[in-house]
Design a protein around this ligand. Structure first.
Ligand code: UTP
Length: 227
């Protein structure tokens, strides 16, 4: 069975209104797709992570301490999705890539959050994909595609339907240097480039898009090709 890793942004999973409704719908779509592909889902931290990291920063927390709180938030979000998936998902949220690989080998869907400090859940998605030999990551995010610049700030920003992994690398390294949150974690891009993993960047609120991306069909978002 084909393997796909989905990286879902925390703000997508927990938009802060009708969260349970969205998570339930997402779980139903994931269950349906599981008949055709085996899926690992890596959940982001969103608002909950931001609350703890910002508050911890005000209290003088170290980067390591703030990252750890971010990781706890991602795992809380993952637990919500895992609850919604019930028996369709492995029974615990793995804490490391190795635990995720073991869980995945049992045949069910795997839902997790972060692993260790120093990167985001996009990078975790790339690490898991790399270890399980998966060739496609779906990044279900809060933007509908990759743009040359922030489309909220510049209406003329170019929207990409297809990019090579090198082109995505150039965009995220530049964003990273500018201190902007990248559309995909630069470390994740490096891993995907090395292991020739494609990345489908789609609007995570559009369940049809997630479905098409997971099943390898046409998408409205950005296809990032590594091969
Ligand atoms: P996210 O993956 O949600 O990162 O992890 P993000 O960049 O804030 O979210 P998006 O992608 O823009 O939605 C939240 C925080 O948790 C820590 C980091 O501090 C990260 O910013 N984290 C997460 C880790 O340190 N390690 C991990 O493996 C995952």
């Amino acid at each position: 069975m084909e393997k796909v890793v989905v990286s879902i942004g925390g703000s997508v999973l927990i938009p802060d209104s009708d969260d349970a409704v969205y998570i339930k719908k997402l779980a139903d779509v994931l269950k349906e797709m599981s008949k055709e592909v085996q899926i690992a889902v890596v959940c982001g931290g969103g608002k909950i992570a931001r609350y703890y990291t910002n508050t911890g920063r005000e209290l003088g927390g170290t980067t390591h301490q703030l990252d750890m709180m971010g990781i706890f938030a991602t795992r809380l979000n993952a637990e919500l999705l895992r609850i919604a998936l019930s028996d369709a998902a492995y029974s615990i949220v793995p804490h490391t890539v190795d635990e995720a690989v073991f869980a995945f080998s049992k045949g069910k869907m795997v839902v997790m959050g972060g692993t260790e400090p120093g990167h985001t859940t996009d990078a975790v998605a790339a690490m898991v994909a790399s270890k399980i030999g998966c060739k496609r990551i779906v990044n279900a995010t809060s933007v509908d595609a990759v743009y040359s610049e922030d489309p909220k700030k510049n209406k003329d920003a170019k929207r990409f339907t297809e990019l090579s992994i090198k082109e995505l690398g150039d965009i995220v390294y530049e964003e990273h240097d500018a201190g902007r949150s990248s559309v995909f974690d630069p470390l994740g891009v490096r891993i995907a480039m090395h292991d020739r993993i494609d990345i489908m960047i789609v609007d995570g609120r559009d369940l049809g898009e997630i479905k098409n991306a997971v099943l390898g069909k046409e998408i409205k978002g950005t296809r990032v090709i590594s091969r």
